[in-house]
Design a protein. Sequence first.
Length: 59
Amino acid sequence: KCAESLEMRQAFADVVSAGIAKGMSERLKHGVEHGHTQRTIESLEGYDPEAEAKFAAAL
């Protein structure tokens, strides 16, 4: 039944997407902190400072 529910599939997709965004933001932050001192994390296009909050909300 779970696979048949559009709402459940969308909720699952939202959680997975938020988790991926959170992981990417954490990886970008780690890379900036450990090698690119001339750049700030906020200057990177892919960094989302709200990724962790979005992930928590999606759960």
